[in-house]
Design a protein around this ligand. Structure first.
Ligand code: GLC
Ligand code: GLC
Length: 650
């Protein structure tokens, strides 16, 4: 659409553009800016239109975008063009991700080179390296309290090391994911230092108040993210003589996006990392970007406008760069981070599927798929051109963020069911083999979350302790089943480091003064490479898990119906232990794969007559693509062994 106001403004802005920028070859930049400027202008107007300096602020934003375009390495400009042509490239079933801490996985950035082969052998081609940036020692929330957004922490190496790593990864056809912590900074960041010294311009980068009046109003409706270690949402800063909003830890100062300067600083940072090889930027804690008195200060409409604006700006300068939304919120809220009413992804291209993750853990604990089925069915279909990160574990806790209506519909009481899950995974529930640890226990609300490594939560730690061969089998099968699910559901499976070799809880954090109160450290160990070596010894737990995952990923990459094109149908069965869904390619190629999983510890039968949309009753045997073996369909049903799955070619 041709829109006069924004067009004439854009003309003025370009006339005023720094002449140094203008002498570059800006053809592609101008085309994209022209295409996106109407959206950029109207979003910027909605957010900041009231300000007297609106025009200068917008000018500055465009200059930041242009400057980074000029700096963008030719190689990335080329891949931008290729990705624009093939814009669904990341929806492919060939994508498989892995999250790791650089130090715990490889010592430092230079050490990463020698450890990429391990990942490639497993079938991984997208690597999320957890935050690498400079932050105060011990007071950095595992890297999520950043002191300098452009400086790699010395313990990992230098910017040159990162550039070398990203070049190595490109040669290997691997994608790099880096974090940008958009919601807050460390209290030692330069902006915070300036604010502490009384600089009003920088105090306006944060939410600061002279007394409790406004903070008390906010507190009436704001939940607490870390109720044990950082109760409340404001911290008194003696030096500044003001309260500052700190939703997460007391040393993480929330940025004030009501100030357009903050927005432009962040675009500057995002584009900086896009130009240093980030194929994908993980935007941390995006649900929290806008704070409003009287609200929970999560998932606010303006938070979405900010993300849309970030996306539009990034598309002008570095359109090949994708965004991941880290929004671990209620099921109906998560889906909005793709962009609500756009045809294609208008906010983030990728989002963590926290709903599926929590539902899978529910199915393991209950051995039933009732809540899993309800929860997934009430989830709206996401946008085309956007995809999930399907994961089992990550560096954070497991939040039980189900929709209460779904819990009711599954026949449970929400409060006591959540209580049961926490008890189950912390091993308090009689007969539970799990050895997790509670996280974020809030006595005021009764809420609690769960920490623990996948293997420990799946019972491997207790099984090994009791040298119980059958329990070891059960936990290994649980781990494999869960990976089978994240690999076939639709979206990018995202593995967590250590999980492919059955890494157990690590309790060393308990003796660390700076960590012992945050139980998430129990699942952030140093990777034990001698344990990883045992993946080569048949019969060992490490071998069994690693090779199963490798097979899962290799098989998956060959199944075109597993690409994520919103091509999934969940199928009803009357057996409460089974989870089944159909994946298909669009007509006319139309290949179909039926995924069936049994979450029970006993074998279960699937009655083929029940699967309405597919007529299987007449067939004698079906091929399981995962094992490569035929599955007999005797007497109109299929038997599914305990804690296992089939991918049946139809
Ligand atoms: C995200 C991170 C988490 C961190 C929080 C605050 O949720 O995943 O580890 O504590 O943001 O930065
Ligand atoms: C994230 C999530 C929450 C998590 C926290 C820190 O933003 O909202 O589930 O516990 O940050 O891990």
């Amino acid at each position: 659409m041709y829109e006069q106001v924004s067009h004439s403004l854009l003309n003025d802005i370009l006339i005023d553009l720094d002449p140094k920028i203008d002498c570059e070859n800006l053809k592609h930049f101008y085309i994209r800016l022209g295409a996106n400027f109407y959206a950029i202008h109207s979003l910027f107007q909605q957010l900041y239109g009231e300000r007297h300096d609106f025009r200068q602020q917008l000018q500055r934003l465009v200059e930041v975008m242009a400057r980074h375009y000029v700096l963008r390495p030719e190689e990335f400009r080329q891949s931008d063009l290729e990705r624009e042509k093939n814009h669904g490239w990341f929806l492919s079933q060939k994508m498989a991700g892995y999250t790791l801490y650089c130090r715990e996985y490889a010592g430092n950035l230079q050490g990463m080179h020698g450890k990429l082969e391990y990942l490639q052998d497993m079938g991984i081609n997208l690597v999320h390296i957890m935050p690498l940036l400079d932050g105060p020692k011990g007071r950095n929330d595992g890297g999520y309290a950043v002191r300098d957004f452009r400086k790699i922490d010395e313990k990992y190496g230098t910017l040159a090391d990162l550039d070398a790593l990203s070049a190595d990864m490109r040669r290997r056809d691997m994608l790099l994911v880096l974090d940008v912590v958009v919601n807050h900074t460390s209290d030692e960041h330069e902006w915070a230092q300036q604010a502490k010294q009384g600089n009003k311009e920088y105090q306006d980068y944060y939410y600061t108040y002279p007394d409790r009046q406004i903070p008390d109003l906010f507190e009436q409706t704001m939940p607490e993210v870390f109720p044990e270690t950082a109760p409340g949402n404001f911290t008194w800063n003696e030096e500044m003589g003001r309260w500052v909003m700190t939703v997460f830890n007391t040393f993480q100062w929330d940025l004030n996006y009501r100030n357009p300067a903050v927005f432009t600083e962040m675009i500057d940072i995002i584009l900086f990392w896009a130009n240093h090889g980030a194929d994908v930027v993980r935007l941390d804690a995006v649900a929290f970007l806008w704070k409003k008195i009287g609200s929970s200060c999560q998932n606010e409409r303006e938070a979405h406008l900010i993300l849309q604006l970030m996306k539009d700006c990034c598309q002008v300068t570095a359109p090949g760069t994708l965004f991941i939304a880290e929004a671990i919120v209620a099921p109906l809220e998560i889906i909005k981070y793709f962009g609500e009413d756009a045809v294609n992804a208008k906010e983030c291209d990728i989002a963590y599927n926290a709903t599926f993750m929590a539902l899978l853990w529910d199915a393991i604990a209950t051995k039933k798929t009732v809540l899993l089925n309800h929860g997934l069915r009430s989830l709206p279909t996401k946008l085309n051109g956007a995809t999930w990160l399907n994961y089992i574990r990550c560096h954070d806790d497991i939040g039980l963020g189900f929709d209460d209506n779904d819990i009711h519909a599954a026949g449970y009481d929400p409060k006591s069911h959540r209580r049961f899950l926490v008890d189950y995974y912390t091993g308090k529930f009689p007969g539970s083999p799990a050895t997790g640890v509670a996280f974020g226990v809030n006595p005021k609300t009764g809420d609690a979350r769960i920490s623990g490594s996948l293997a420990s939560l799946a019972g491997l730690e207790s099984a090994l302790f009791h040298q119980d061969a059958q329990a070891i089998d059960t936990s290994v099968n649980t781990i494999i089943l869960l990976h089978g699910m994240i690999a076939s559901f639709g979206g990018i499976p995202l593995l967590y480091y250590g999980d492919a070799i059955g890494t157990l809880n690590d309790n060393t954090y308990l003796s660390d003064e700076l960590k012992h109160q945050d139980t998430r450290w129990v699942h952030r160990p140093t990777l034990d490479w001698s344990k990883a070596e045992r993946r080569h010894q048949p019969g060992m737990v490490e071998y069994r898990i690693f090779h199963a995952i490798k097979r899962i990923l290799a098989t998956r990459s060959q199944i075109s119906a597993f690409a994520d094109l919103n091509n999934r149908e969940i199928l009803e069965t009357s057996n409460p232990h089974l989870f089944s869904f159909l994946r298909f390619t669009p007509e006319p190629t139309s290949s179909r794969v039926l995924a069936i999983a049994n979450f029970d510890t006993a074998p279960q039968a699937l009655n083929l007559n029940e699967l309405e949309p597919i007529n299987l009753a007449g067939s004698h045997a079906l091929k399981d693509l995962y094992s490569g073996q035929p599955v007999p369909t005797s007497a109109g049903h299929i038997d599914i062994p305990p804690l296992s799955f089939y991918w049946l070619q139809l």
